[in-house]
Design a protein around this ligand. Structure first.
Ligand SMILES: [Fe+2]
Length: 423
């Protein structure tokens, strides 16, 4: 099976004690794997690849494997309510459990990682079937996420032993998604640097880019981020932590809703973001709305671009520039579509604009507001709760202000003013 990653120039191979060949697969624990698989096929154009479950001798779970170009998604659900996967899902909802790393020698990778401080998740093991062998081993990372080293050089089967080919008569066309560009982790307050050090020490990653709270901030919400890359640049893991802003950081909001640290988003690359986004929209995928005013000034920030601005603005595609090239981004939840800049560097040289745009859904999320903190998960929540009453008074005040603005101002200006009252 061809699992090669798109060509990416080397960042530093001289001290790479952990050579990674790319992202092997991403596994999500989900409530209903079959329905999720249908969604990713229908909406994103993934193809059926493999299946494991009771019919294949697996008693406690079902897994559907999807593929699109170099991207493999494994969607797994438990078969009983007491299974650890069920506990994971009860706590987090659908979420990423495994960021699997393709290696040439899984036993070596595990030995190197654990002797450098990596916490073992899976002892090295070899799986066999008539197509050969796959060797696996795993370590923990932030939250409940794990990295599994996958060695498949002596395997010719469809995915790995234990899985059978999943043949389906329903095969929506691909949407042009090519490979996993990067996977972002959200960690707790003051936890970014410890995890940066973890990736440096355990996996030999390097910090290739850093953003402080001044770089990535909206008017009210802030975060800090460091982009970690492995030696050859094939695998990139940005690590985010909340930063103090006027209101709650979006990372803090994630930590509250996900109930812990975890993968914030998976960025996938396409060679033609206009075609891909057009296709995704036609399939019902919803994206963030970007106001027309963004495109009136974007070229002042990023300079001239080769692409025609009109289709980018019609589709609401954000534009950034790194040292060498232009990149385009498109945000949806919980994924991000990227048409990469030069592949050498991470594509967020000008994240301030993007961060502002992606904060817009806060307009509809009352819990974004620091003033309401504690209400959302208060077990004693009731109509008699004094916090609830204060919240309702503030909500009504805000609504009245918004309503008066709608009556008196042009729509475009209302948005910005409403934004202030929301967050
Ligand atoms: Fe990203």
């Amino acid at each position: 099976m061809n699992t090669s990653t798109l060509e990416t120039p080397s960042i530093n191979q001289s001290v790479d004690f952990m050579p990674l060949l790319g992202t092997d697969y991403v596994e999500l624990y989900v409530g209903n794997a079959k329905q999720s698989a249908h969604y990713y096929k229908t909406a994103f154009g993934f193809q059926s690849l493999a299946y494991a479950g009771p019919e294949t001798g697996v008693r406690d779970r079902v897994s559907y494997v999807l593929i699109q170009d170099k991207i493999r998604l494994v969607l797994t659900s438990p078969l009983n309510s007491t299974h650890p996967i069920a506990e994971h899902h009860k706590k987090h909802g659908d979420g990423v459990k495994v960021l699997a790393l393709w290696v040439d020698d899984a036993y070596y990778a595990y030995e190197e990682a654990t002797k450098r401080g990596g916490k073992s998740y899976m002892e090295p093991q070899t799986l066999n079937d008539e197509h050969g062998e796959v060797r696996l081993a795993g370590i923990h990372t932030y939250g409940e996420v794990v990295h599994i080293f996958v060695e498949r050089k002596n395997y010719s089967g469809i995915f790995m032993p234990g899985f059978v080919a999943w043949k389906s008569e329903y095969n929506p066309k691909p949407t042009g998604l090519k490979y996993v560009d990067h996977c972002v982790g959200n960690v707790g307050w003051n936890q970014m640097n410890p995890w940066v050090k973890y990736y440096e020490d355990v996996l030999g990653f390097r910090n290739i880019l850093s953003f402080d709270d001044k770089d990535i901030s909206t008017e009210y919400s802030a975060l800090m981020s460091k982009v970690m890359s492995n030696g050859n640049g094939y695998v990139k893991f940005p690590i985010n932590e909340p930063a103090e802003g006027k209101k709650r950081s979006q990372v803090e909001e994630y930590l509250d809703f996900y109930e812990g640290e975890g993968v914030q988003h998976i960025a996938v690359a396409t060679n033609n973001i206009i075609e891909t986004v057009t296709d995704l929209k036609s399939r019902g995928v919803e994206f963030l709305k970007i106001p027309a005013s963004y495109y009136e000034t974007v070229l002042d920030r990023v300079g001239e671009i080769d692409e025609d601005l009109k289709p980018l603005s019609e589709l609401g595609i954000l534009i950034d520039r790194d040292d060498e090239d232009i990149c385009c981004k498109y945000f949806l939840n919980p994924s991000k579509i990227v048409q990469p800049c030069s592949s050498k560097s991470y594509n967020a040289k000008a994240p301030k604009v993007s961060a502002k745009e992606i904060s817009r859904p806060c307009l509809k999320r009352w819990n974004w507001n620091k003033r309401t903190e504690g209400i959302y998960k208060n077990p004693d929540f009731s109509i008699l709760n004094i916090s609830y009453l204060i919240f309702m008074i503030e909500m009504w005040s805000s609504l009245m202000i918004l309503f008066s603005m709608l009556l008196n101002m042009k729509f475009e200006k209302v948005w910005y003013n409403a934004h202030i009252y929301c967050i």
